[in-house]
Design a protein around this ligand. Structure first.
Ligand SMILES: [Mn+2]
Length: 489
């Protein structure tokens, strides 16, 4: 990629519109003649887009903002999208806006800020965004954030049509906020500039209440969100099929071939992967978050693939399958796989409206503890094992979590509404028991060592039970083998 002509920060450049950038930074733009500067100001077509259709979630974000408004009457609420983060020198990481901002606006633009201003009967929402680049003062082509470099932005008028929210120039927001009076809360951790403008007006405790509310608001998904989650899962299913089809190429190279194959599907059909793909072959499957993905892929071993496509609206799937690389489970691999499958079946059955959140975890852990006792790996009785948590040497992690715009969604929700809470229709969670025998675990027979199995599905709580959103991907051992045989042709 090429280097921006202008080494200065965008804020400095865009503050004063009367002075052309070239003159203001006299001498900093070698090679830009007055004639060229003048020439670049004009000859550009009017590209304003008119009569835009609102984005698909615009019909849902108003209700979300209304719920937020009702919770904090009379207070100014500030929800930033966040800023670009430097990767190195003048390159940045791909931007992903804060989920709080995307959830409430449907917009995902860097530097955007949603502000809810208190009114007599609720709040008035405004999204603050960077407007189109100024062509008169050279910002358009001399500024690193100019549209010539980073691409066309929506005008504020276009943004209003797309998101159904009045839009204003974000460059005026920090100043306005620092002068504003009255109670205010901000979602922290995304926009240092906005936080600095509010520093003497907010408290950590009050801001945390805002963050907790926005996390808990997302526990129950609306119809649009469920549709997006299903879309994410459907793409993920295709990504898993892609991987099975290229296992021979992965054997000839490394786990990276699997990572790259899945990523291709995620980028073509969605926004991205929802989290770093875990492409763990052989003993790497016993490392819970194996994302280095630089190991060999060997026939006879298992591949634990934990990956999810994220949609353009940020909803992600989170699915795991443990596959025999050569297409057939060995006897011991199948014994361990079947135990995890049985535990997952028990876990999924416990996902019911009105059930405690902990129930599905307990149900799955019980099955795994029974198997471990039955195999002689831990001394029974099972009640004692569960009471002391002894099975956890091999089960390692919780059996699932909420799923949504974050893979571990609603993480700021209070214990009483999440872990100690009750399942309700519209909640979506993963059920993902596993058994992991570390390669250096001397307490298990040698043949178990280096085997890791996890099976993970995305389960929606419905009015009368649950729906497995990832049911299209085979889970039972014999079905997995048949599916692989068919794909490998
Ligand atoms: Mn998961």
């Amino acid at each position: 990629m090429s280097d921006a002509l202008n080494p200065e920060t965008p804020e400095e450049l865009v503050e004063t519109e009367e002075e052309p950038i070239k003159q203001r930074k006299n001498g900093l733009y070698p090679g830009v003649s007055d004639e060229l500067a003048e020439n670049m100001k004009s000859g550009w077509a009017d590209t304003e887009l008119r009569d835009l259709e609102p984005v698909a979630q615009a019909g849902h974000t108003a209700a979300r903002r209304a719920a937020l408004s009702a919770r904090f009457p009379g207070e100014r609420l500030v929800i930033p999208a966040g800023n670009l983060k430097t990767r190195s020198n003048d390159t940045e990481y791909a931007f992903r806006s804060s989920v709080e901002y995307a959830y409430l606006t449907g917009n995902q633009t860097e530097d955007g800020v949603l502000v809810l201003e208190p009114t007599r009967d609720g709040h008035r929402a405004t999204i603050y965004l960077l407007p189109r680049s100024n062509r008169e003062n050279g910002e358009f082509w001399l500024d690193g954030q100019g549209e010539l470099w980073v691409g066309r932005r929506n005008s504020l008028t276009e943004a209003e049509q797309l998101y159904g929210i009045p839009a204003s120039d974000v460059r005026e927001l920090a100043g306005a906020l620092s002068e504003a009076t009255g109670p205010v809360r901000v979602v922290r951790g995304y926009d240092a500039g906005i936080e600095a403008a509010l520093t003497d007006k907010v408290t950590a405790e009050r801001d945390e209440e805002l963050r907790v509310f926005l996390s808990e608001a997302r526990l129950v998904k609306d119809e649009f969100e469920v549709g997006e989650l299903q879309k994410a899962v459907d793409s993920t299913v295709r990504g898993f099929e892609d991987v099975v089809k290229v296992l021979d190429k992965a054997e000839a190279t490394s786990e990276r071939y699997i990572e790259g194959t899945f990523f291709l599907r995620a980028r073509v059909e969605g926004n991205d992967i929802g989290y770093g793909s875990i492409c763990a072959a052989g003993p790497h499957a016993t490392t819970l978050h194996w994302v280095r993905n630089d190991g060999p892929v060997r026939s006879g071993d298992l591949l634990l693939l934990d990956a999810g496509v994220e949609t353009h609206t940020y909803y992600t799937a989170d699915v795991t399958r443990t596959l025999p690389i050569n297409g057939r489970f060995s006897e011991l691999q199948k014994k361990i796989y079947d135990a995890v499958y049985e535990a997952q079946e028990a876990g999924i059955a416990a996902v019911q409206p009105g059930a405690k959140y902990r129930d599905f975890h307990d149900a799955a852990q019980r099955v795994l503890a029974e198997k471990l006792v039955e195999w002689g790996l831990v001394e029974g009785p099972v009640e004692r094992v569960l009471e002391l948590g002894l099975q956890r040497r091999w089960t390692l992690h919780g059996t699932g979590h909420m799923l949504g715009m974050d893979v571990h969604d609603c993480a700021a929700a209070r214990t009483e509404t999440y872990v100690d809470g009750t399942l309700e229709p519209g909640m979506c969670l993963t059920v993902e028991p596993g058994l992991y025998f570390q390669a250096d675990d001397l307490t298990v027979p040698a043949e178990y060592r280096g085997i890791g199995v996890r099976i993970e599905d995305d389960i929606l709580v419905t009015e009368d039970g649950n729906r497995n959103l990832s049911a299209a991907l085979p889970r039972r051992a014999d079905e997995v083998e048949a599916w692989m045989a068919q794909l490998k042709g």
